[in-house]
Write a protein that binds this ligand. Structure first.
Ligand SMILES: C[S@@+](CC[C@H](N)C(=O)[O-])C[C@H]1O[C@@H](n2cnc3c(N)ncnc32)[C@H](O)[C@@H]1O
Length: 310
């Protein structure tokens, strides 16, 4: 496909997905049908989740007992890694921060930094509302879990809550990137295909969900310390489990987060309305207060340094 037809196809895909969503159908399924492919195109994952923005917060508000059970379970998995000293915690694919807020509230220990990012701007917008209502202090930004805009070992713990899920076929890349950014541990809470019933496996395959996360981690040399189904799961046809990977980095925790350009890994300096990599002349914009730190948002702006105040 040349770039022109790609742009047209993506346009057609957004329209088809929006129509499907507003009809009450599965938007990702509409994209797969359009492409005649079982895997979920990253752009389709973005559109599908962006269309749903607001629904997780509404659901968490309507069913606080589910959020309570989910976040209590996750906090118990994370606590051993954060209770010894004030630590930093990052949720990849944070959605509307209904999990992040609940985890921070339930950990019961002071954190040095908590944050989360999502591929969808609309979900981060919803996340900011949810965090503000609960007065939970956590940073949020738009980012891609396959190119996290942070330095190696930038945070103590990286965790997920069903965000690797729709990225079937890209397990190795996803686990590698989480391991790169974590200093102490990676805690992946994802549907575990290997432990699922045949019915659940069929459903997971048809949705293009991840599988074989443990094999991916082991092939990268990661140390697996826990891998099992969890007692509380939202949907038995999508059974949640944990894959816990420990790292052996004894270096002292960084005092400050170090942002990195997702394209070049050059240091990024946050400014009022942009993040700038001075040595490459690449900048990332901030939309309505939300940093856009995906490679797709890169603006090559070599003349930026000439502007006042820089
Ligand atoms: C099932 S939702 C879970 C949201 C949140 N973790 C929670 O517990 O409520 C999956 C989330 O992962 C995000 N996601 C999927 N692929 C992503 C990627 N490549 N980079 C960043 N976020 C991603 C989606 O946009 C969506 O918000």
């Amino acid at each position: 496909m040349d770039s022109h037809s790609t742009a047209l196809d993506l346009g057609a895909m957004v329209r088809a997905m929006r129509e499907a969503y507003h009809r009450g159908d599965n938007a990702m399924e509409a994209a797969r049908a359009l492409l005649n492919d079982d895997a979920n195109l990253p752009f389709a994952v973005l559109v599908a989740y962006d269309l749903q923005a607001g629904t997780y917060a509404a659901s968490a508000g309507a069913h606080p007992e589910r959020t309570e059970a989910w976040c209590t379970q996750l906090a118990a998995l994370l606590r051993p890694y954060v209770e010894t000293s004030p630590s930093s915690l990052l949720e990849v694919g944070v959605g509307e921060a209904t999990t992040l807020a609940g985890v921070v509230e339930r950990l019961g220990v002071p954190l040095r930094w908590a944050g989360g990012f999502d591929v969808s701007w609309s979900r981060i917008d919803a996340a900011r509302g949810w965090l503000a209502e609960r007065q939970v202090d956590a940073a949020t930004f738009v980012g891609d879990l396959f190119a996290i805009p942070m330095a190696d070992g930038a945070v103590d713990i990286v965790y997920s809550s069903h965000s690797l899920e729709p990225n079937g076929g890209r397990e190795l890349e996803a686990v590698r990137e989480c391991l790169r950014v974590a200093r102490r541990a990676v805690v992946l809470v994802e549907p575990l295909y290997e432990f699922a019933s045949p019915e659940a496996q069929a459903r997971m395959s048809s949705h293009g969900y991840v599988r074989g996360l443990r094999e991916a981690a082991e092939s990268l040399g990661a140390r697996v310390v826990d891998h099992r189904l969890l007692p509380y799961t939202g949907n038995p046809l999508n059974p949640s489990g944990v894959l816990l990977l420990e790292k052996t980095d004894d270096s002292p925790a960084a005092n400050d987060l170090v942002w990195r350009c997702p394209l070049t890994h050059a240091p990024l300096t946050p400014e009022e309305d942009l993040y700038v990599a001075a040595d490459t002349g690449i900048a990332y914009p901030v939309l309505r207060g939300i940093p856009l730190l995906r490679a797709e948002h890169a603006v090559v702006a070599s003349r930026l340094a000439r502007h006042a105040g820089r």
